[in-house]
Design a protein around this ligand. Structure first.
Ligand SMILES: *[C@@H]1O[C@H](CO)[C@@H](O)[C@H](O)[C@H]1NC(C)=O
Ligand SMILES: *[C@@H]1O[C@H](CO)[C@@H](O)[C@H](O)[C@H]1NC(C)=O
Ligand SMILES: *[C@@H]1O[C@H](CO)[C@@H](O)[C@H](O)[C@H]1NC(C)=O
Length: 145
């Protein structure tokens, strides 16, 4: 099941209302005009333990800012759920700007999984944790193969 879904989306583009002003109700996979939901979707949450979440759009390999209908989540994200097929990087700055070194603490890269607290996240340096609570202003997701 998982393998089948993975191969399906390997050539697919994931989008959901990124360019529209309307809230995305789901995270979708589009292929040849077909839309499929990512299950679970990408969810960004204001509280710890997945309180006050919004289903966020994903455009593969593209930066999305927490503006528009996501503005209430800017500098406000404390927990997230990331689909297993994705790996997402969260940035302190808009436009996914980062100084680029893994230990600068201005971004965190998270494998598809559930993260109930942003107070202590892997920084990319072995064993080093970073407090990323209420810091996210933009994010970028890719397929995790
Ligand atoms: C953060 O979320 C809380 C709870 O929804 C809200 O009251 C507050 O205005 C938000 N902060 C920002 C900067 O949007
Ligand atoms: C991120 O934003 C801060 C404050 O706005 C700025 O000082 C810093 O240079 C920015 N970082 C990058 C990599 O653009
Ligand atoms: C993050 O913001 C929430 C309110 O939106 C607040 O309760 C919490 O203490 C903040 N976290 C940090 C590390 O300041």
């Amino acid at each position: 099941m998982f393998t089948k879904f993975s191969s399906f989306i390997s050539t697919a583009l994931i989008v959901a209302g990124a360019a529209s002003a309307a809230p995305a109700s789901e995270t979708q996979v589009i292929k040849r005009g077909q839309r499929r939901q990512l299950d679970p979707p990408l969810r960004l949450c204001i509280g710890f333990n997945y309180e006050n979440c919004i289903t966020a759009p994903v455009v593969l390999d593209s930066c999305l800012d927490l503006v528009g209908f996501l503005a209430g989540w800017n500098n406000n994200v404390s927990s997230v759920e990331i689909p297993l097929v994705l790996v997402c990087t969260f940035f302190d700055n808009f436009s996914c700007l980062s100084s680029g070194t893994p230990d600068n603490g201005d971004s965190v890269t998270l494998q598809g999984d559930s993260y109930p607290s942003f107070l202590s996240l892997p920084s990319g340096v072995n064993g080093v944790k970073v407090n990323f609570d209420n810091r996210t202003s933009s994010y970028l997701c890719s397929l995790n193969f």
